[in-house]
Design a protein around this ligand. Structure first.
Ligand code: SAM
Length: 300
C-alpha cells in the first residue's frame, strides 16, 4: 500500500483529552483498541514513559498495513520495540492482554470507522461511493447485503431504528422488502435507490447516513462486542488504571455509560457527563462533532 500522509488517513479526535485521561505517566501496558491511522498510538508512544509497552489493535488489515509503514522505525527495533500491532477484533483483547502478563494501565477505544475507510474503502461504508454492500471489518460473517436480503422486515426495522435512530425505520424496511422481491440488493447504489424512491430529496443524505451506520453496526456486532470488551477488561486493569472510550452514536455511548455504572464497585466514573470536543476542534474537524468521551478508573 502506498504510504499515506497520516493526516489524510484520519485526523485523531480529542487527542489531548484522550492522552490526559489515559494517565500516561503511570507505567504499564497501554492498549489502543482502535489503531486506525495510528494518530492516537503515535501520540501515546511520544508521551508514555520509555518502559511502557503499547499494544494497538485493528480488525482492518488496511489499517494495520498503513501503521506497519507509519511505525516502521519503531517496529524495526524487534524485541526492543515498544509497539505491538495486533490484527484482530478488539473483542479479543482480554485474552491477549492476559497472555502478555503485563500490568494494564490504560485502554483507549475510538469507535467506528476512520476517514480512510469512509472515503476510500471498497467495502461500501459510505453511500457516496459505488461499492458492494459489504461493510465487514474482516472478511468473515454476514455482509450488509446478506442482512438486507435475509432478515425479516421487522428485524430490519429494528436495526434501522436501534442502530441508526432512523425515524422512518418501518417504512424503509418495507421498501427494502419490496425491492428485494424484484431483485436482491448487492451494491450501495441499490440501497440508495430504495431511499431515493421513498424519502423526500432534502432528507435523503441524513436518511442514507443513518441507514449505512445502522447496517455497519449490525454487520460487525459493534454494540455487542463493545459491551463484552468493556466487561472483560475491567478485572484486568491495575489499580488506578483507566478505560477511555470515544463514541460517535447514542447506542454506543449508552453502553459505555451503563457498563461503567454497573461496575462502580470496582470502577470510579471520572467523567460524570460525557466530554465533548472544544469549539476550536469542532471548527476544524467535522468528525469531532458527534464524539462523546467517557473515562473510568479502577479503584485501588
Ligand atoms: C475511528 S478509527 C480510529 C482512528 C485512530 N484513533 C486514529 O487516530 O487514527 C476506528 C478504527 O477502529 C477499527 N475498529 C472498529 N471497531 C473495531 C473492533 N471491534 N475491533 C478492532 N478494530 C476495530 C476500525 O477498523 C478503524 O480503523
Amino acid at each position: 500500500m502506498a504510504r499515506l500522509d497520516p493526516s489524510t488517513y484520519h485526523i485523531p479526535v480529542m487527542l489531548r483529552e484522550c492522552l490526559d485521561a489515559m494517565l500516561l505517566h503511570q507505567s504499564g501496558l497501554i492498549v489502543d483498541g482502535t489503531l486506525g491511522g495510528g494518530g492516537h498510538t503515535a501520540a501515546i508512544l511520544a508521551e508514555a514513559p520509555s518502559e511502557s509497552i503499547v499494544m494497538s489493535f485493528d480488525a482492518d488489515e488496511k489499517a494495520i498495513e498503513h501503521c506497519r509503514e507509519r511505525f516502521a522505525d519503531e517496529l524495526s527495533r524487534g524485541e526492543a520495540s515498544r509497539l505491538r500491532l495486533v490484527h484482530a477484533n478488539f473483542s479479543t483483547m482480554a485474552e491477549v492482554i492476559a497472555a502478555s502478563n503485563l500490568p494494564l494501565q490504560s485502554v483507549l477505544l475510538d469507535l467506528g470507522v476512520s476517514s480512510y475507510q469512509f472515503d476510500h474503502h471498497e467495502r461500501g461504508f459510505s453511500f457516496r461511493m459505488m461499492a458492494p454492500l459489504d461493510m465487514r471489518f474482516m472478511p468473515e460473517g454476514e455482509t450488509a447485503a446478506d442482512i438486507l436480503n435475509r432478515r425479516t422486515e421487522p428485524e430490519l426495522a429494528t436495526i434501522f431504528r436501534e442502530y441508526g435512530d432512523e425515524p422512518q425505520a418501518w417504512r424503509l424496511a418495507k421498501a427494502v422488502g419490496q425491492r428485494r422481491a424484484l431483485a436482491k440488493l448487492t451494491t450501495t447504489a441499490d440501497l440508495r435507490d430504495v431511499v431515493i424512491q421513498h424519502i423526500p430529496p432534502h432528507h435523503q443524505p441524513k436518511t442514507l447516513a443513518r441507514l449505512f451506520q445502522a447496517l455497519r453496526i449490525a454487520v460487525n456486532d459493534e454494540l455487542g462486542r463493545l459491551e463484552r470488551t468493556l466487561t472483560s477488561i475491567i478485572p484486568l486493569l491495575q489499580p488506578g488504571g483507566r478505560i477511555v472510550v470515544m463514541s460517535y452514536h447514542s447506542g454506543e455511548d449508552r453502553i459505555v455509560k451503563n457498563v461503567f455504572k454497573a461496575h462502580t464497585d470496582v470502577l470510579t466514573i471520572v467523567t460524570k457527563k460525557a466530554v465533548e470536543a472544544q469549539p476550536d476542534e469542532l471548527a476544524t474537524n467535522p468528525r469531532s462533532r458527534s464524539a462523546r468521551l467517557r473515562v473510568a478508573e479502577r479503584r485501588p
